[in-house]
Design a protein around this ligand. Sequence first.
Ligand code: PMP
Length: 391
Amino acid sequence: MSFMAREIEAMKEAGLYGTIRTLDSPQGAWVSIEGRNVLNLCSNNYLGLCNHPRLAEKVKDDVDVWGVGPGAVRTIAGTLRPHVELERRLASFKGAEAAILVQSGFCANLAVIPTLVPGEEDLIYSDALNHASIIDACRLSKARVIRYEHSDMDDLRRKLEETRGARGRKLLITDGVFSMDGDIARLPEIVRLCRDFDVMTAVDDAHGEGVLGRGGRGIVDHFDLHGQVDVEIGTLSKAFGVMGGVAAGSATLVDYLRHKARPNLFSSALTLPDVAANLAALDILEEDDRLVRRLWQNGNRLKGELKELGFDTGRSETPITPLIIGEAADAKRFSAELFEAGLFATAIAFPTVPRGTARIRAMISAAHSDDDLRFAVETFAAVGRRLGIIR
Ligand code: PMP
């Protein structure tokens, strides 16, 4: 067992060991941590739905009717009417024929990738900056994984050409919005290339759901690619403010996953409170796009003002706002001093991002007010100047 203590020590020495803070209040624009009220700029609570009264009310009502636990995996006795209703509603929201629910976004990748391309002769084309859950899902398959340079369509084309004659099934998988940089996958070009080379396409839209497209309908809607992407993978833990994963596409795809995907066959269904809260989140999203518009206004303002101050916000095209610092220890110090000044923004370092690109990832939400934004910019400016990150 001594290897664990040794590795923890090594992480501490390399500045890669972080404090995990505990919230003593619900998730929100401001949270209580260690007895202090701090502005929260690092959750994925894009639309402020995590603690929305309508989600909470729906959960209370539905628990009285449906109880809590599903009691089984979906294929045995764990499919309750609300699961089926949420799947139907999610498919309709995304403009897909059908959708299957799983327990999380992580599980959704595990459900899709090794199921569609399981074999030694199969090929997976994967963007170099894809999320860890995609990388792990690829490892669960025996397929050969071909990594292409991040969003580099020339490199992708070259790799597709090199493997044109391969006999197995082929799947391309990409993040929709890259979670650490906030840039958007070049999906129209990817779809065109994959059509030319007869490769199935899957996009993990974890950070696009509730963010991109009309009323937050996601990346496929954003690029108007309905019916052209084989699998839309998503999570209900970010903009939806709850928990759960989803894969949407053709009725045949969803039928196949229902009968073959191991997270569906061997792990129990999503709990009923999760399903209820997600149904209420969908109601809110489908009523109007106020929250989505507010999120973008806040994101554009925060990013614009931080850039003007001289912060390196990288290549973000979405409300995700990285402030790239470089060394892990410097990013951690920045985060610690921001916290002292009343702003909660965790540092992100290797292995979540490449070495030498440690950063603060500022995550604004629709729940932040104009005063919150002003406080955020002033605090980033004051601490950034004090530490010599900006001038
Ligand atoms: N895919 C991507 C691109 C993500 O950013 C995340 C969340 N970090 C996940 C999947 C996993 O989602 P969940 O938290 O619902 O398991």
